[in-house]
Every structure is written in C-alpha cells, then in structure tokens.
Design a protein. Structure first.
Length: 328
C-alpha cells in the first residue's frame, strides 16, 4: 500500500503494479508524463494538461520551500491512472506520482493532484515537514488548493473537523495522512496562519516544526496557538452546530471593529473629496463662504482635502495589505 496518499474520505489506493500499460505522452525539463492506455482518447488530453503547467507548479514549490528537488530524484515521473482514488506515491521522497483520472474531464483536478503529491517531495527535500503526518498532509492540501482553488472537489477535510468533536491536532500531530479529522484540523489551522494572521506560505513552510503549535510559536513568538485558533473559530462556528462549510478555508473571520476602522478611513476620503469640490462642504474654519470668520482660503481648503484623501487611501491600502499581504 502507498505510504503517501491523497484520498477521498474512506478511500484507498489500488495496487497497479504490473497491471497497467502506460503510454508515454511527452516530457518537459523536469517531468515525464504517461497515461494508462485504457483511458483512450482522454489520456492524451489529461497528460497535456499536466504538461502545460507542471514546470510552473515546480517553480512555485521551489519559491515556497526555498529548495530544489535532488537531481537524483529527477525527472518526476507522472502516471495518470484509471479510477477516482485520488493520488499517491510510495513515500515522501518518491517522485513517481500516480494521479487518478476520475471522469477524465477535469483538467485542473489533474493539476491539483500533481501539486498535492509534488509538494510532499519538496517537504522531504526541505526536511521540516513529514508528508505522512496530519500536519504534512494538511500542508499538501492547502498548497494544492492555493494553486488550483476550484479543484478541491470532494477532498475538503475542514468540515469533518468543524462538524465533529474538534480534537486538538495543533499541539500534537497524527502519524497518518488518511484521517480526515486530524487533516481537517491541520488544513484549517494552516489557513488560519495564512489568511487570518497573514503569514506568507513561504514563511509558514520555513517555520516547519514537529507540531503546528511549534510553527505558530516560531512565527509569532507566542505559545497559545490552540486557544487563539479555537476561540476565533468558535466565535463564528459554534461547536455542535452544523457549520455548513464545504471548503477548507473559513478565514479571515472579521469583527465589527474591523469594519468600523475601514469605514473611518473611507470617510476621510469622502470628507477630503467634499473639501476640494466647490460648494461641497460648509465649515466654519474652512468652508466656502469668504465672509465667514476663520475662513482659511480656497488653496488651504484644497490642501486639507488632499491631505485627508491621501491619509484615507493610505489607511485603506495599509489595512488591505495587512489582510492580504501573506497570500503568496
């Protein structure tokens, strides 16, 4: 049985050793792609889809992990198989990747599956993540989803944890990549680090540790990962209440104070616009009527308006950067 897998809930990887006749389709600098001849006309289509993006996917992995795959593990051999099992390779270092064709029509699903297995090879090369554990499997899935967000299909694991007993797989990890309860906790927590706390994937990956709590500590300097994470999640998704979630990401979770701050910056822009618009605002100190005591003059009024607009734009851009600056 394969040691490193991406399977649907309750799924398993079939043994194909010696049973499949593969047709070699083509190669790139780092990949060789073949397909099961039983796929017929869909085989070349799926293979070409993988070939079209595999080098870009590898470039993304190199950027995120900060390492390349060892030369003795290249080229990566990709085999597209009949079935809907998911994807697998023999172990974290093995670059012989098997992808299930499913219905044979979803090209991005093939690419998603490739990234989900390829990034595990990079985990082995980097040495900070165990692809056969719940945290490593969580990382495998969030990175594949980052590359192909519309291809998660039935592989979402977060709902299993949200709608279950919510065990703590942050302070510890499970030594398997097949338990959707522990994987769901891991995917959610990694997305929390990325989309809520705004750490880049590169920073998160570099902070790999024996547990996700350890990664949190390396990133933040704090030791309350589980409490911070679960308190925030429970504020919107109450334990024991069906979440209605169908994806692996529920973040960012925003509060009223965040909205008020954004509105305050927006109001500065509006006020500035009114000031520079002739007749747009009346103010005892800077309004339009020249005969009002304290009027500072039209040029000064325009300057104040420009300053307000600049501050408002700066505030909104800064807040947006804080929200999205880690999304790479």
């Amino acid at each position: 049985m394969a040691n490193s897998v991406l399977v649907l809930p309750g799924g398993s990887i079939p043994s194909v050793a010696g049973l499949v006749n593969y047709v070699f389709r083509n190669a790139t600098a780092n990949f060789r792609v073949s397909y099961d001849e039983a796929l017929g006309g869909q085989g070349p289509i799926l293979a070409d889809a993988v070939l079209a993006t595999c080098e870009a996917d590898m470039a993304a992995m190199i950027s995120w992990f900060g390492v390349s795959l060892p030369s003795n593990t290249l080229p990566v051999n990709v085999y597209i198989d009949v079935g809907s099992f998911g994807a697998s390779h023999a172990n974290c270092t093995d670059t012989g990747l098997h992808l299930a064709a499913f219905a044979g029509t979803n090209l991005d699903l093939m690419r998603f599956l490739l990234v989900a297995e390829l990034d595990e090879c990079f985990m082995a090369a980097q040495g900070k993540w165990d692809c056969g554990s719940s945290s490593g499997e969580g990382l495998s899935r969030v990175l594949a989803t980052e590359r192909y967000p519309n291809a998660l299909n039935g592989f979402a694991s977060a709902p299993t944890w949200l709608d279950g007993p919510r065990p703590n797989w942050v302070d510890t990890r499970e030594g398997t990549d097949r338990d959707y309860l522990s994987i769901g906790c891991s995917t959610l927590f990694l997305n929390y680090l990325h989309y809520q706390l705004n750490y880049t994937w590169k920073a998160i990956i570099a902070a790999g540790a024996p547990t996700l709590a350890g990664t949190f500590t390396l990133l933040t300097g704090k030791t309350n990962a589980w409490t911070k994470f679960t308190t925030l999640v429970a504020s919107k998704y109450k334990p024991g209440v069906p979440s209605g979630v169908t994806t692996d990401n529920i973040f960012p979770i925003r509060f009223l104070t965040d909205i008020v701050r954004s509105l305050a910056w927006a109001w500065m822009i509006i006020a500035g616009g009114l000031l520079i618009t002739p007749g747009g605002v009346f103010c005892i100190a800077c309004g339009a009527p020249i005969n009002v005591a304290g009027y500072i003059g039209r040029p000064a009024t325009i300057l104040v308006g420009i300053v307000l607009i600049a501050f408002g734009i700066f505030g909104l851009v800064t807040r947006n950067a804080q929200r999205t600056g880690g999304r790479n």
